[in-house]
Ligand binder design. Structure first.
Ligand code: ZN
Length: 164
């Protein structure tokens, strides 16, 4: 069976940056399962998986424009510690959500200097060319229930699965 819209696809993957550093991997974990064609994955990954089958191995390079986008320096902000005191112990790398003009957004603390806190609202992978090594493990039809819910129902998790 080939990967196409509304198939449930399971993949093993390793994501590295341009310098070869591993940023994320399914190694040692369950494969990643998603419903194809619903925008669950970044476009550069999802598009290149189209038409592949179980057992296929791919090496992909995804530029920022079909990955997490280019960095937007306007999403950098300088705050005072006082404004973030509800977060408790601030440290670099801490992620939190905050409202801005475009709505709710995840920010990362990138620098602490005295009372000044520099935060970055860009996705941590924005602006990067991402290299994926992907092995397709399984391709199957999605059930109607999965399509209605918009997510995969893994057999082993069916019982405790809460639905709105
Ligand atoms: Zn569900």
């Amino acid at each position: 069976m080939q990967i196409a819209k509304n198939k449930v696809v399971s993949i093993d993957y390793t994501l590295t940056d341009a310098g070869g550093e591993v940023l994320d991997s399914s190694a040692g974990k369950e494969p990643l399962s998603y419903i194809h064609g619903t925008g669950s994955l970044i476009p550069g990954l999802e598009n290149q998986l189209e038409g592949k089958s179980a057992g296929d191995e791919l090496k992909l390079s995804v530029p920022p424009e079909s990955g997490y986008g280019e960095r937007d320096e306007a999403l950098m902000a300088t705050l005072q510690r006082e404004q973030l005191k509800s977060l408790g112990n601030l440290q670099e790398g801490l992620m939190f959500s905050m409202e801005n003009e475009q709505g709710e957004r995840i920010f990362t603390v990138v620098k602490l200097e005295g009372e000044t806190v520099t935060v970055d609202g860009n996705h941590p992978l924005a602006g990067l060319t991402l290299n994926f090594e992907v092995t397709v493990r399984d391709v199957r039809d999605a059930s109607e229930e999965e399509l209605t819910h918009g997510h995969v129902h893994d057999g082993s998790h069916e019982d405790g699965h809460a639905h709105d």
